[in-house]
Design a protein around this ligand. Sequence first.
Ligand code: G3I
Length: 471
Amino acid sequence: MKKAHALAGLVFGTTLLGAGITNAFAADETLRSLAEKNGIYVGAILNSQWFSGGLPGNYEQIHKTQFNIVVAENEMKFDATEPQEGRFNYGNGDKMVKYAQQNGMRVRGHALAWHSQVPGWVNNYRNDKQKLLKVLKNHIQNVVGHWKGKVAEWDVVNEAISNNEPMWRSQSVWYQGIGPEFIDSAFVWTHAVDPDAELCYNDYNLEQGINPKAKAGFLLEQVKRWVKNGIPIHCVGSQTHVEDTTTDKHFIGSPDSLRSLAKELAKLNVKLKITELDIGFKSGINVSKKDLERQGQTFRQYLDIILEEPNADTYLIWGVSDKWSWLGGLNRQKGLIYDDNLKPKPAFDSILVRLQTYEPPKDTAKKDTTVTDTTKKDTTVKDTTKKDTAEAIKLFANHGSLSMHLAGRTLFITGATAKATKVDIFDMQGRPVFSTLCKNGAAELDNLSEGFYVVRVKSGMSNLIQRVTIK
Ligand code: G3I
């Protein structure tokens, strides 16, 4: 049960608590201790200056005291972890994982398949679908495999939806080279490597409503399809890079709109996470104390979603101090909760007070932070081989806990209970073609020629029979 820090009669409106007013709560309470009391994760990036050792000592002290979840700003992206084809570089990621383990923090992995920060050598394969599938699969198997059991959740796919109209981001090398089914494949391959990791689709501008014309509306339709097809998606990451409403007339997003997305995702048993929060002001304008207090109120409104929506558990800020923030590149400023001198801003107070005074409804169960594995759900999947699904992935109905996913020529089997799980392949006339045993949740079907087959997977008392298409 979420525990609140009950305060009889001492409830200040967050705008009254400016940085200059000492608040009336226990001095040793931190965002982290209160997040843990409320069963949620509050975190911030370890920025690239941390990795290069360019920060004052109190940055790290603040970070590990105030936060219980961490993500690398750039150091686990494709260009950082596989700068040359087949050459993997885990040094910085390992440094962060070690820091997180030493400080009892949850680790987010960001990001496996993104159109940006992709090394040049990947773009060379833009017109070779099979090669690009192999590149993506190999990257995922190596990177996720390296941090298996240490990275609790992954942004499997980042920013795959176009910003301008509800459709896929067409200039992405993954979309251009493979098609939208690269998403299905990426999730299935990641889940096959680390079935315990929570797998997210991550994007920005999801706080602008869920009508079909909005980005979040388009995404919601995809999430419904992925869940129905047994794709192992567990969460949607809303980056939530927003601008203070008074300085961005075009900004149409709002906490209420993001909350409506959370509510729709809850119906699909998919979580909503705030993964890259900053609330900036236009660069070059004078930001008053009143502006900073209003900013604090907006930080609090986004936090309310995480506290109040049962399928939301993560509130992650894309930086600690305004002194080191990517926002300058977006013509924004002062979007974080500590100022240039690492002093808490009113936004820090707003978040702290909210965490201290939050009273969960009596019947609220503690947030379920375990991975809700949608692949185990009893989905009534129609024959996906006829649907527009990933060429590399043909998905099948689950049978009890047993389910299988074909990726290329590897059959991934999840939910097998018996030690020996047998895989028998028949032709469409029912004649036995090939049999093998499933090893570590997978069976290789390399020697099958293209065509239609029937696969029977037997594990203990369960068995699952489905048609597959080998391309
Ligand atoms: O590492 C090089 C360094 O060697 C070189 O001297 C320096 C100057 O050219 O550049 C350094 O690389 C920079 C990198 O950050 C590491 O600092 C890149 O130029 C710069 O483009 C890159 O910016 C990052 C940006 O993603 C790239 O798209 C930002 O730090 C990072 O905050 C930002 O984060 C993204 C999330 O991953 C996805 N959501 C949006 C968010 C903001 O764009």
